[in-house]
Design a protein around this ligand. Structure first.
Ligand SMILES: Cc1cc2nc3c(=O)[nH]c(=O)nc-3n(C[C@H](O)[C@H](O)[C@H](O)COP(=O)(O)OP(=O)(O)OC[C@H]3O[C@@H](n4cnc5c(N)ncnc54)[C@H](O)[C@@H]3O)c2cc1C
Length: 461
């Protein structure tokens, strides 16, 4: 529970109507996409940068831990309240502060929904490329904290590549401004890139200046079916070796295809299909045939069963909706998914999926893989029954083996979901002690009392 003094101070900073301590609100903000629940002591709803600064100063003075939160769609416990903390929800900070098409930028508060930024940009012939599958409801603040990405990352890059500057509040309540409004700038250290992906552990982001690009004139989609995972991922490697970069290169294995069957999006696939690629090209309409021809050439190869383009727009919309529903659709297989978001070099993908298959057989577990293959980023889901102790042990063995293999292949533990509470114990496997100590020192500089999102990102000492 909040102390009387802390409660009074938060109320005076935000007003009584934006400090909630009732049981229903605390229950509502107790979870994210992970299966865990921790009720916060209170939930705060600041409406401006100034209010965020005031609440952070209050928290600093009264030593109250803060859990920043966007839409709570994160898969790694980043927005899961740490015990005894207060949630800072950015839902009331959803203003677009500036839209400057001539300078191709937009300035937004952290509570703006990601797809709304893209929608706004397109009214002036521009677009905002980062497109996480949750884009219809996740908030840009959460995207910034997690360095979120989506299918278009293979051509355009991730959230971090579209942030020109930030305004934020440190753990002691001080305002900082990072970056600039221009697409070039090298004054001082690049704190923008440091804050993006820091999972709410260094500062509360209150404003972001985002870069926009001219919207592509047209998009063309290929749906390509293969007889095996290895065949499909060998094709991914061939695509990335040639000159035309697709704006999406997504992979689904057989179990993922089965999971989307109820949507109808897999009805007309050849019966022998074991793996599917969704490949898109974008740009000037006149240039698309050239791009598609180059991609088709690269996609030809062993195990190819079917390659189609020229779909009706509704078919493409349905296919993408099915792809984006996968994160939840796989739950039909088992009640709990242990959801990894690993990345390996693109050329290692075929060997990596062989290893996954071997691990699935050895540990008698369904493993479902899909994701952004053009970046080497696969969502590897170990589907388990949490009340089956033996299965849980096997899942843990499988998980350790998979993560070790990822690192051995020169990959990384998380491509876009971040570390949060779920992956932090594995961090020392990737980051050496000296580098980790430097990261801890940086954290102390931003957040001297360790009040910003404690229990996240760093392993226990
Ligand atoms: C169906 C589904 C599909 C998904 N697809 C993708 C995908 O394709 N790509 C992808 O990258 N992710 C994906 N995700 C994961 C998730 O949507 C992203 O991580 C997203 O960025 C989280 O945004 P959010 O607003 O829900 O943030 P939350 O989950 O609320 O928070 C995420 C993190 O950001 C911190 N945070 C939030 N706001 C701020 C702020 N203003 N200042 C500082 N820290 C802050 C939180 O403390 C937490 O650590 C998916 C999730 C689901 C459920």
């Amino acid at each position: 529970m909040l102390s009387e003094r802390a409660r009074a101070a938060f109320r005076s900073a935000l007003g009584t109507d934006r400090v909630f301590e009732d049981a229903a609100t605390r229950a509502l903000y107790a979870s994210d996409e992970t299966p865990h629940r921790v009720e916060p002591d209170a939930v705060l709803f600041p409406a401006s940068h100034e209010e965020v600064a005031a609440l952070a100063r209050t928290a600093f003075e009264h030593r109250v831990a803060l859990t920043p939160r966007g839409a709570g769609s994160g898969n790694v416990g980043g927005a899961l309240p740490s015990p005894g903390s207060v949630v800072v929800s950015f839902e009331c900070m959803r203003r677009v502060l500036e839209f400057d098409p001539a300078n191709r930028l937009v300035v937004v508060e952290p509570g703006v929904v990601t797809e709304d930024i893209d929608r706004l940009a397109r009214t002036q012939g521009l677009f905002y490329p980062p497109d996480p599958g949750s884009g219809a409801y996740c908030r840009i603040g959460g995207n910034l904290a997690m360095n979120a990405a989506g299918p278009r990352a293979v051509k355009y890059g991730v959230t971090r590549d579209f942030v020109l500057g930030l305004r934020a509040v440190t753990g002691s309540g001080e305002e900082i401004r990072t970056g600039c409004r221009t697409t070039k700038g090298v004054t001082g250290y690049d704190l923008t890139r440091l804050l993006v992906g820091s999972g709410g552990t260094l500062a509360l982001i209150t404003e972001a200046t985002l870069k926009l690009l001219p919207a592509p004139e047209a998009v063309a989609t290929l749906r390509v079916c293969y007889a095996g995972n290895r065949d499909a991922l060998a094709a991914v490697s061939r695509v990335m070796r040639q000159a035309v970069t697709p704006c999406a290169l997504e992979f689904m294995d057989r179990r993922a295809i089965d999971a989307i069957r109820p949507t109808g999006a897999a009805d007309d696939l050849p019966g022998a299909t074991q793996a599917l690629l969704m490949v898109e090209a974008d740009g000037a309409a006149a240039d698309l045939p050239r791009q598609i021809a180059a991609l088709e050439k690269a996609l030809l190869g062993d195990g190819l069963l079917d390659m189609r383009s020229g779909f009706e727009p509704e078919v493409i919309t349905r296919l993408w909706a099915a792809r984006k529903s996968l994160s939840h659709a796989v739950m039909r297989i088992a009640p709990l998914k242990i959801n990894e978001d690993v990345v390996v070099p693109v050329t290692s993908l075929p060997d990596f999926v062989d290893f996954l298959e071997h691990t699935a057989q050895a540990q008698r577990l369904p493993i479902v893989s899909f994701g952004h293959a053009g970046n080497g980023n696969l969502h590897v889901n170990l589907m388990v029954h949490p009340d089956d102790a033996d299965e849980m042990v096997r899942a843990r063995i499988a998980l350790e083996a998979i993560l070790l293999r990822v690192l051995a292949l020169g990959g990384t533990l998380s491509g876009e979901h971040g570390i949060g509470t779920e992956k932090r114990r594995f961090v020392p496997q990737e980051i050496d002690p000296v580098t980790l100590d430097l990261m801890r020192a940086i954290k102390r500089q931003f957040d001297p009392h360790g009040l910003l999102n404690p229990g996240k990102l760093f392993p226990d000492p």
